[in-house]
Design a protein around this ligand. Structure first.
Ligand SMILES: C[S@@+](CC[C@H](N)C(=O)[O-])C[C@H]1O[C@@H](n2cnc3c(N)ncnc32)[C@H](O)[C@@H]1O
Ligand SMILES: Nc1nc2[nH]cc(C(=O)O)c2c(=O)[nH]1
Ligand code: SF4
Ligand SMILES: [Mg+2]
Length: 207
């Protein structure tokens, strides 16, 4: 974690904020305001936002100002992502968003302790730094990225630790999509407890 980030969560390293359509997972297709926090040390070699990794590059921004920005958009839903947003204490930010009548969704690897008040938790666990039990328990969806064949087995190993109502998704790693998507299709046909998640925003050419 960046040294200057106060532990009370009133200031957070903000990389970008944008209003778009949720492209992935259970809430695909819904308008939402995205809040991308800088900082991640999980180290996925295929990460599609490596510019987020160094928290020092992203200005410490008042959580209050982020909440005021989020209020301006018609969809009363935010997605907090990163980077790895659970590097930070998200209690202050999410409390303020909920007080403003905004639903709070998170995208996380689950590699750090759960903080914040959430309407939806998307857990996308990683081999490089595994998920914590508190996040596995609280996840509304488990979204495993499929980069190679061994990831199906790995996905099953993590599915054992989520709650019984947790939605299960397999999402092709973008650069391996042509190779992996046919395997995912066959896997889901044979194991229908899993569903396919695609990064639809990349096909739509939106943020
Ligand atoms: C950039 S991450 C940020 C949030 C958090 N660090 C995480 O990994 O869940 C947002 C989502 O994009 C997924 N993702 C990142 N790079 C990807 C890629 N190359 N192909 C498919 N999904 C990717 C992640 O697994 C995660 O579900
Ligand atoms: N449209 C859109 N949907 C997304 N869902 C998760 C994203 C992320 O980077 O966390 C993302 C993103 O970057 N864009
Ligand atoms: S955990 Fe998320 S932000 Fe961090 S490297 Fe992996 S995909 Fe990228
Ligand atoms: Mg993304």
């Amino acid at each position: 974690m960046s040294n200057q980030v106060p532990e009370d969560g009133t200031l957070l390293p903000l990389m970008e904020e944008f209003y778009t359509i949720q492209g992935e997972g259970y809430h695909t297709g819904k308008a939402a305001y995205f809040i991308r926090l800088g900082g991640c040390d999980v180290g996925c070699h295929w990460c599609d936002v490596k510019e987020s990794w160094d928290a020092e590059l992203h200005p410490l921004t008042s959580a209050h100002a982020i909440i005021e920005n989020a209020k301006k958009f018609p969809a009363k839903t935010v997605v907090i992502t990163g980077g790895e947003p659970l590097l930070y204490n998200l209690d202050y930010l999410t409390k303020g968003l909920k007080e403003a009548g905004i639903q709070t969704f998170i995208e996380t690897s689950g590699a750090y302790p759960l903080s914040g008040y959430w309407d939806w938790i998307c857990l996308s666990p990683k081999k490089f730094k595994g998920p914590r039990p508190d996040v596995l328990n609280a996840a509304g969806e488990l979204k495993v990225i499929v980069f190679n064949k061994s990831d199906f087995q790995w996905a099953e190993e993590h599915a054992r630790f989520v709650g019984k109502n947790c939605k299960l998704y397999l999402q092709p790693e973008w650069s391996k999509s042509a190779e992996m998507t046919p395997l995912i299709i066959e896997y889901v046909k044979n194991n229908p407890q899993w569903e396919i998640s695609l990064q639809t925003h990349k096909y739509l050419n939106i943020p």
